[in-house]
Design a protein around this ligand. Structure first.
Ligand code: GUN
Length: 291
C-alpha cells in the first residue's frame, strides 16, 4: 500500500480563504477588524521565524497584527503589565505569548494572566479545563489542525483506536482530549510506555508529537492506519551537499508511507495548519467579543 498524502498546505490555504472572506464581511458590514497581538521575549531564532510568519499571515487575511518584541531581560512585572494592557485593549481580540520564555519568567503565571477569551493558544488553565470537560473553549492550534485533518480524511472518528505519542501540554494532552471528544478510544504513550511498538500497532490513528527525528518506523504502523506527524526536526543531509540539513518529522516517512493508509508530510502537513487555526481562533475570539 502507498499511503495517501494529507496535504496540510492546501487545507490550510482553504481555511485562510474562509477566514479572509469572513474578516472582509465583518469589516464591510460592521466596521470590525479582528486583531492579534503576538508577544516575543528574547531573540530565539526559531521563535522569530514563527512570529514573523504569524504576523504576515494575520495581515494577509485582513486582520490587524500587533507585534511586541521584548528584550530577553524583560522582567515578569513588565511582561504582566503588557498583558494587562492587551487584555484591556478592545482592538486586540487574540493574545499569543510565544513559548518558550526565558528561564527567569514563570510560563504558567504569564499564560494565566491572559484573559481566557483572548487566549487564542488555548493554554490558559480555564481553557484547558473547559476542553477537558467538553465546554466551549479556545482549543490549542496544533492539535486542532490535526483534528481537522483527521475529520476531513475519515468523516466520523467514532470508535477508532487512537494513539498519541507524547504528553506535552501544547500538543499531546489536548490532542488526546479532542480525540476523546470525537469518541475515539485514546491511548497516550510517552517515554515510559512499555512496548511502544505494540501500542502503536493497535492504532487506527497515530499522532506523533515527541520531537525526536524519525523515531516511529513503518513496522510500528498498522496497515491502513492514518499517521499525523507533528514533529519538525532538522537533521544533517550530507546527500544534499556538505553542511546541508533538511526537515523531518517524528515518523520515518518513507517506511511509514509504505504501510499507512494516509500520512501527513513534513514539511507541508501539520505545520501550515497550526497558523491557519491560530487565525481561525482569532476570528472566533473576535466574533464572541462582538456577539
Ligand atoms: N511555541 C511552540 N509552539 C507554540 C504554540 O503553539 N504557541 C506558542 N505561544 N508558543 C509556541
Amino acid at each position: 500500500m502507498v499511503a495517501q498524502t494529507i496535504d496540510g498546505r492546501e487545507f490550510a490555504a482553504g481555511i485562510r480563504g474562509d477566514v479572509a472572506a469572513h474578516v472582509a464581511r465583518l469589516r464591510d458590514d460592521h466596521g470590525i477588524v479582528p486583531g492579534l497581538a503576538v508577544v516575543l521575549v528574547g531573540e530565539d531564532p526559531a521563535s522569530q521565524v514563527y512570529v514573523r510568519s504569524k504576523g504576515r499571515q494575520t495581515v494577509e487575511v485582513g486582520m490587524n497584527s500587533y507585534e511586541h518584541g521584548l528584550d530577553a531581560t524583560t522582567s515578569e512585572a513588565e511582561l504582566l503589565a503588557l498583558i494587562d494592557r492587551l487584555n484591556a485593549d478592545p482592538a486586540v481580540h487574540g493574545i499569543l505569548v510565544q513559548l518558550p520564555l526565558p528561564d527567569h519568567l514563570n510560563e504558567d503565571l504569564v499564560i494565566n494572566a491572559i484573559a481566557p477569551e483572548k487566549d487564542v493558544d488555548g493554554f490558559h488553565i480555564s481553557n484547558v479545563g473547559r476542553l477537558a470537560t467538553g465546554q466551549k473553549a479556545m482549543v490549542p492550534c496544533t492539535p486542532l489542525g490535526c483534528l481537522m485533518m483527521l475529520r476531513r480524511h475519515h468523516g466520523s472518528l467514532s470508535g477508532l483506536d487512537a494513539v498519541v505519542i507524547g504528553r506535552s501540554n501544547i500538543v499531546g494532552k489536548p490532542m488526546a482530549q479532542l480525540l476523546l471528544g470525537d469518541s475515539c478510544t485514546v491511548t497516550v504513550a510517552h517515554s515510559r510506555t512499555r512496548d511502544l511498538p505494540e501500542v502503536v500497532r493497535r492504532a487506527d490513528i497515530v499522532v506523533a508529537a515527541v520531537g525526536r527525528a524519525q523515531m516511529v518506523p513503518g513496522d510500528w504502523i498498522k496497515p491502513g492506519a492514518t499517521v499525523i506527524d507533528v514533529g519538525i526536526n532538522r537533521i544533517d543531509a550530507p546527500e544534499r551537499g556538505e553542511g546541508k540539513t533538511r526537515l523531518v518529522g517524528d515518523v520515518d516517512h518513507d517506511s511509514a508511507a509504505a504501510v499507512a493508509g494516509a500520512i501527513t508530510p513534513v514539511p507541508g502537513g501539520v505545520g501550515p495548519m497550526t497558523i491557519a487555526c491560530l487565525l481561525a481562533n482569532t476570528l472566533t475570539a473576535c466574533c464572541r467579543a462582538n456577539d
